[in-house]
Design a protein around this ligand. Sequence first.
Ligand SMILES: *[C@@H]1O[C@H](CO)[C@@H](O)[C@H](O)[C@H]1NC(C)=O
Ligand SMILES: *[C@@H]1O[C@H](CO)[C@@H](O)[C@H](O)[C@H]1NC(C)=O
Ligand SMILES: *[C@@H]1O[C@H](CO)[C@@H](O)[C@H](O)[C@H]1NC(C)=O
Length: 356
Amino acid sequence: MFPSQLLVFCCFQLVLSKWSMAAPTTTNLFFYQQYLNGKGNKDSYYNNMNLHVDSTFSSVFALRGGNATLPCRFWYKPELGSPREVRIKWSRFPVAGGPQTDVLVAVGSRNRIFREFRQDFAEDASLDMTQLGLNDSGRYVCEVVDGLEDKRTTVDLELRGVVFPYQHPLGRYYLSFMEAQQVCEKQDATLATFTQLFHSWEDGLNWCNAGWLADGTVQYPITQPRAPCGGYELAPGIRNYGRRQLTNHRYDAFCFSSFMKGQVYYFQPFHKMNLTEARQACETDKAQIAKVGQLYAAWKYTGLDECNGGWLDDGSVRYPITRPRKNCGPSEPGVRNFGFLPPQDKWGVYCYKEKS
Ligand SMILES: *[C@@H]1O[C@H](CO)[C@@H](O)[C@H](O)[C@H]1NC(C)=O
Ligand SMILES: *[C@@H]1O[C@H](CO)[C@@H](O)[C@H](O)[C@H]1NC(C)=O
Ligand SMILES: *[C@@H]1O[C@H](CO)[C@@H](O)[C@H](O)[C@H]1NC(C)=O
């Protein structure tokens, strides 16, 4: 009877198939917190009763690959003698704008699982998500319908991680919005949301080139005001060009990466290598040449610190520094970038190995 009571929408399956690709062994990626004990009353006529819906937190933070519970609970005033059957719908506002998409709809259910709401009289409609992907960030809506009453609350799911600016190999301001999305995805990243850019700015990201964000706006973070970056008169902050034309306007991109299970390491078998040899060296080592997002994630989450430039998958040469020192670039930690270099140049390489 369980499946007949869970109506899963197309979009939920889309998300599911995406996750299945990322983690083929995991099948049950969305769990529903069940909320009625089975003696549900389908009668929608009742008097003097008020349905209430809320969430214990308005924001939930998570890392890539992790789990998150989006809290939602509902109750009646006055309290009910017997449980009623309600319809619960979770949907999501895409970060890039556009219509709300349904994540999950449920009507009635059997086994009741209580968690943080055990002590009060509220029923649990929380949504459990596992194996979070980079673009699962967004505003989720929990809607509870009982007869004519329809109440909702929202929860923001925020993935935490690291934001990095990204330019086309030909230089500054070459990317349309779609191309910006693609270059980030190719680097094992996604376009950053405003909140993610804001957290990186708080962490010191200071970047004078404007880049696309996931919501179709173009912005850049400035911690040290200077003449070419909006001037000295403007306080530090995020400079915002607003929404730009997605196909005609061209900027750089702000990509977002988060925790990952695999390992990134510097590799230089015998001698320095051109780009072709660098790719082969990683493959020979049962790994792959690392992507820019993977190098940033390793820098941020494993403290990767290596004062040697190495090839990356996109043909750029970079190196990660967590303990700044002499001859290893600026005095702040960061991933240093030599840019896109001729493929015959000789360097080490950064490889990425999945955790076995
Ligand atoms: C996420 O949930 C799954 C299934 O409930 C569990 O096996 C896994 O250990 C959890 N992962 C984390 C990072 O908590
Ligand atoms: C998330 O990103 C994947 C590609 O990595 C894409 O196929 C999918 O449509 C995106 N999902 C959402 C909800 O944006
Ligand atoms: C890299 O070196 C190999 C010889 O070891 C050569 O065959 C190849 O063409 C070179 N590739 C590039 C991009 O220079």
